[in-house]
Design a protein around this ligand. Sequence first.
Ligand SMILES: C[S@@+](CC[C@H](N)C(=O)[O-])C[C@H]1O[C@@H](n2cnc3c(N)ncnc32)[C@H](O)[C@@H]1O
Length: 326
Amino acid sequence: MSGGTPTATDSRFVHHPVMVAEVVEHLSAVPSGVLLDATVGGGGHARALLNARPDLSLVGLDRDPSAVEAASGALAGRGATICRASFAELGDVLDSLGISQVVGSLFDFGVSSPQLDKPERGFSYRNEGPLDMRMDCRQRLSADEVVNNWSTDDVAKILRDYGDERYASRIAAAIAAARPIATTTALADVVRDAIPAPARRRGGHPAKRTFQAIRIAVNDELDQIEPALEAVIDRMGPRGRGVVLSYHSGEDRIVKQVLRRRAGLNDEARFRGLPQPANQAPPAIDLVPRGSRRPSPVEMADNPRASSARFRAFCRRGLDQMEGAV
Ligand SMILES: C[S@@+](CC[C@H](N)C(=O)[O-])C[C@H]1O[C@@H](n2cnc3c(N)ncnc32)[C@H](O)[C@@H]1O
């Protein structure tokens, strides 16, 4: 989603890849082999990566069939294999393609612009649509189930946990009182009315956090991150590289924890110079940089959807570095 010209060629799927220059700078230094784009979307990042390194092959995953169609079109003839799959299944997909090792990986979490902008997908609080929000239409759980059938306590909990919503209890009670709620805009009105008037004018659209929380719950977005990151690090060859782009604090917290752990930075014993437990795996990656990066002010101004992005990158240690790891 970076500013300027959208990079997907499919005019029905327009999505600006975020921090594309930073992603390409880091991942174009990988050895020869296979890149995994775990959230290929419209193929914007993937195309930029293959432009920089035409010698690489790429496997792209997405659980949204419209993204799979768009990426297949955008990457046709470029040595890419696009699969409809969740990144939770990345090990099985790579096995089925006979790929034991990858040289690079990209996770670009969150939703694509077409998912947000097409009212019929039910992600938008601005445009009327059904309460859907499923990235994969084969999923059983939809926003309608959460909004109209979940207990008030469960709704309040996801608003707090996934939306950082200060007025979670009030909103959850208002949703329960307004049932049945049929559309996205009806839900947005209920949320707006539940928030005290002065607070409605702060921090963007009053329903933004509620919609984010319901979307995360419907798509089970957070639980898949840790195992997928672990799996990709384990499949990465020496001197491979990875990038993760997160868009809210819940995602970034998980990413940070996993990457720091695999880099040996959460390890008390190591820091204190104490003996390591016998079963302690040596650090597998280095973080570059140690912390996160943000999009440039120009990119944020150009593409408001990039403004919450956090970029974290790592390099897989070489075998020599693994053995010498302290
Ligand atoms: C921000 S978009 C990616 C955009 C892409 N980097 C590009 O340049 O076009 C996020 C994509 O991740 C997909 N997605 C989200 N969770 C996923 C998961 N668990 N497994 C696979 N794809 C997922 C969404 O369907 C969406 O298409």
